[in-house]
Design a protein around this ligand. Sequence first.
Ligand code: KIV
Ligand code: ZN
Length: 530
Amino acid sequence: MTDPTTPAPRPDEAPIPPAERVFIFDTTLRDGEQSPGAAMNLEEKVRIARILDELRVDVMEAGFPVSSKGDFDAVQAVARAVKDAGVCGLARAKRHDIEQAAEALQGAVRPRIHTFLSTSPLHRLHKLNMSEEQVLEAITDSVTLARNLCDDVEWSAEDGSRTEPDFLCRCVEVAIKAGATTINIPDTVGYTTPQEYQDLFARVMARVPTSDRAIFSAHCHNDLGLAVANSLAAIQGGARQIECTINGLGERAGNAALEEVVMALRVRRDTLPFRTRIRTEVLTRASRLVSSVTGFVVQPNKAIVGANAFAHESGIHQDGIIKNRATYEIMTPQSVGLEKTSLRLGKLSGSNAFRAKLIEMGYALGDNALTEAFARFKDLADRKKEIFDEDILALVDEGIAEAQNRIRFESLEILAGSKGPPKATIELLMDGQKAGAEATGNGPVDATFNAIQKLVPHRGKLLLYQVSAITAGTDAQAEVTVRLEEDGCTVNGQGTDPDTLVASAKAYIHALNRLAIKRLRTLPPEEGSL
Ligand code: KIV
Ligand code: ZN
């Protein structure tokens, strides 16, 4: 088994014996971005790419270059920014797609073209209208072209898990013959089960005589909640590359969560004797960055990176933890980058303590960003008795997001109560200019949104309005999520503040800023979608 893209181990990295090696292929920037509402701009993609590189993924899929100019530019920017990992661009089995992918990847240290074609009977008949022979010919042509442009070519059998095993073997054989170095058998619709998927890999690898010339890869969707289990089963069947995303982001119910696959392999090496190169202590930061960029909140009980993943509530558990952490913790918080600290910040804390706290939490802000974050922290500390780590994360993340936004929140006044219709008076900064409006509504949130709508007219339909408390207590920070839909585009906005109405206004404005970015990026469906 060879992989032309394998980076040499870094000086601080113990070499992994080839038999134990599992490659991690991250597709947060491609399949992850296909989640409705998770679109990212170029700068956001580069920020995520940098943290994926720091995490030491083996390959990151940066996008689908032919789908839009924005995607082409983003793949190109990621290819240039990434220093260690392989960078991959997706292409259908079409000449133009493959040539665009090759061009966007110029400048990558380790470029990879990922070309795919559906193989299942359902897709052949209803989507492609192609015979088996035509599919085989298209695989040969597309992989041959890709191999002429790039040494590292991955071929995927879309809907592979629902393909007749005999035909799948023929497809894999021709792809390897044409030069594919990685063969991916995706569970595109999240339909398979662990035993079935494991057997499929074992069977295909045993029956294709040239299977030792390629690395086999699993790509699982989570429609039945089995994506991680199926990925681990694929490894047991012979797969040595796992395709996954941070926080399990991805089309529909998402892809296999990178952090879960990696930690399962690390914690259960006794039954799964495999290793990845991932620096697991970067996982929490990567998760938070992806969440803040996409506006997809990580559920508190999410494995590995959820806010409660290392929290112990019951007295019996707390007692056990105090006596020996191993009683209720199967991995340490530090192993995933969560620093437990005794440093408690309050309104008397100075900027040095604040800086130390941020460093401890994995943030390295420049002087200006630090001064701004500290001012926001002081403002919060004046209004809130106790400041939790989550409050600090929220205010730093919000500051980063705010710097990119053209519409900014300035102030909000609400007149509410039982006597009359609630009235909101809002002030915004729009491209640096102050603007104000007043409106009434069916409740203070409705009045606030109506006032914003007066200043920023749009056709977005409100699909979701959700409030949650980040920490406990009546003075808790409220975290509001707003989802808007306009012409088939869905965006999420988030806002945090101890005042729920201010958090609501911020979330609405965040969503409007994202909608404006999305409008610029939208392409006709035949060009832009898979
Ligand atoms: O789910 C899938 O089949 C895909 C392919 C493009 C690899 O995302
Ligand atoms: Zn997919």
